[in-house]
Each structure stands twice: as C-alpha cells, then as structure tokens.
Write a protein that binds this ligand. Structure first.
Ligand code: UTP
Length: 291
C-alpha cells in the first residue's frame, strides 16, 4: 500500500530578485494577489488537497510569512471592539488554516538544497513540494489531482503543463512516454533544463508542484552544485529516476508565475475577474480603457 501524502514543503528562502524593488524588504511570498499574499493561495491549495502539515523553508527577512499565519491578538481585539465581525473572521480564519512549522535555509544554495533542509521535518514518508510563486487556478486543486495520481501509481509525480512553441525554453522539460490508459500521465525517462525548442524532448514543461518519495533526500545529499552553483532539485530528481519510477502529470487548470512581474499582473486581472465583488467593475474598467 502507498503511504499517504500528509506533508507539504514550501521552499521560500529565495531572494525574489525578479520582483525588485518590491522584494527589497518584503518577501515575494507576501506580495498580495488581489487581497491575499501569494503564499496563502498555496497553503489553501495544500489544505484543500488533504495536507495536514505545512513546512516553510525560510531565510533571513522572511518572518512576515510565519507571522501572517499566526494569531494576531492586538488586531483581533481592535476588530472586535469596532464590531467588524466579518474582518475578524477573516483574520482568525488565516491563523487557523494550517499547522505550520518552519526551517531555515541559511544561504540560498538552490531549490534542491531548500528541499533538503526540510528532511528532518518530513521524515521517512512521501511529501509534496509547492513553489509558492506558482499560483494555480483549478477546479480540483492541482495538488489533489497529483495526490490521486500518486495514490494510483505509487511513484513521485511532477506537475507539467503543455507549451507548444519557443516559450518551452524557459522551463525544465519532461522526457518520457504517455501512459496507455491516461493521456495526462507520462512515464518520465528524463528531464532537460531550458532546452531550445528544437531540442525539447516534449511539450511538457515542469512547474512548481511535486510529490516526491523520501529517497530524494539521500540523493540530494549527494548532488553536486549544478547550474548557477546551486544544488538543483532537477538534478536530484534525475538521480531518483535511476532508482524509482517517476511520473509526469499534465494538471487541469491554469498556472500563473506570480514571482514574475508580468505573471503577477496577469494573475491579478484573472483572479479579480473571478471575484463576484470585482468581476463587473473590472470588466467595465477594462472596456473603458478602450485599448
Ligand atoms: P526562484 O527560481 O523563483 O528564485 O526559486 P528566487 O530567488 O526566489 O527568485 P528570483 O528568480 O531571484 O526572482 C523557486 C522557488 O525556490 C525557492 C524560492 O523561494 C522559490 O519559491 N528557493 C530557491 C529557495 O527556497 N532556496 C533557494 O536557494 C532557491
């Protein structure tokens, strides 16, 4: 029987340089998408997917993230005194969303190293990795879709999205063959980092959601720094592939790169259009711009 996926690791110790100057002081995970910090979307996705333990991998200057999910007695007392019941429920709701623990990555030595920092908190069980700047809009939470695949197949699962054309060169790209019974599942045979379009082994771009077996930790410990002098998660997964089955899964939904300025702008428009209180106003506003 496959073990249940109960824990999700959120690597959030990066510098967020693509979003400067906003991220000089504020962690990029705390930038607001409509009215919630982007990390809250990931935490809500994890909880809606059945995750019980959230593990943040943080670094210097990132305490705002942990504070956000903690109780805020002064704020709550003020809201109570002013009779702002709905806002009080919002504030308390965030604090009761999830059981959160965190571990520090002393230096940003790469995504693979960040995941390795969570080794002791994860222990010997399969776990999810959520990159918080990948915000995903989906009817069934992306991670839930992946957990269903993990439960069926019993091996690590990498979320992918289909990209036809030169934009594929910005991603890690999956090599492999499609499952005979489910065209969303790939038997992964390899990965190529940021290939030219003509060298891309498929049109499946790997995005920021993974389910990994604990074997990854031992392999990451042995992984040498790769591109940019960082310990790359993809190098660890390539080593995992030699020992275990790894699957790609084309998730259903739409992913936004909220760690990138333009991606955040796109997400802001689309998420606002989905909110009943803004939908009509935004539509009218955009029409009024007569672009
Ligand atoms: P990114 O590639 O988005 O890097 O990392 P970054 O440093 O955060 O942002 P830019 O590129 O400078 O704008 C992907 C994810 O991995 C985490 C980041 O926090 C982000 O969630 N990460 C990356 C770490 O936790 N530690 C690292 O050493 C590197």
């Amino acid at each position: 029987m496959t073990q249940r996926v109960r824990k999700a690791v959120f690597p959030a110790a990066g510098q967020g340089t693509r979003f400067l100057p906003a991220t000089k002081v504020i962690p990029k995970e705390m930038l607001a998408l409509v009215d919630k910090p982007i990390i809250q979307y990931g935490v809500e996705e994890a909880i809606a997917s059945g995750i019980e333990d959230i593990i943040f991998v943080t670094g210097r200057g990132k305490v705002a993230m942990e504070d956000h999910f903690d109780l805020s007695p002064e704020l709550d007392a003020l809201l109570e005194k002013r009779g702002k019941k709905e806002l009080l429920a919002v504030s308390r709701g965030v604090a009761s969303l999830a059981k959160i623990s965190s571990v520090r990555q002393p230096e940003p030595l790469g995504l693979g190293h960040a995941v390795l920092c969570a080794k002791d908190l994860v222990g010997d069980e399969p776990f999810a990795v959520i990159l918080p700047d990948d915000v995903i809009d989906a009817q069934t939470p992306c991670l839930k879709q992946m957990i269903d695949v993990f439960n069926e197949k019993g091996g690590s699962v990498l979320a992918t999205m289909t990209i036809d054309g030169p934009a594929i060169s910005a991603y890690g790209v999956l090599a492999g063959s499609r499952d005979a019974h489910n065209e969303r599942i790939y038997n992964c045979s390899g990965m190529v980092e940021k290939p030219k379009l003509e060298d891309a082994p498929s049109n499946q771009a790997i995005i920021g959601r993974y389910i990994l077996t604990p074997a990854i930790f031992g392999l990451l410990e042995k992984t040498q720094p790769g591109a940019g002098g960082e310990i790359q998660l993809t190098d660890g997964i390539k080593a995992l592939l030699r020992e275990e089955k790894v699957y790609g899964y084309t998730f259903e939904g739409k992913r936004f790169d909220a760690g990138d300025k333009f991606g955040m702008l796109q997400a802001t428009v689309e998420f606002a259009l989905k909110r009943p209180e803004f939908a009509e106003k935004i539509r009218e506003y955009l029409k009024g711009l007569a672009l």
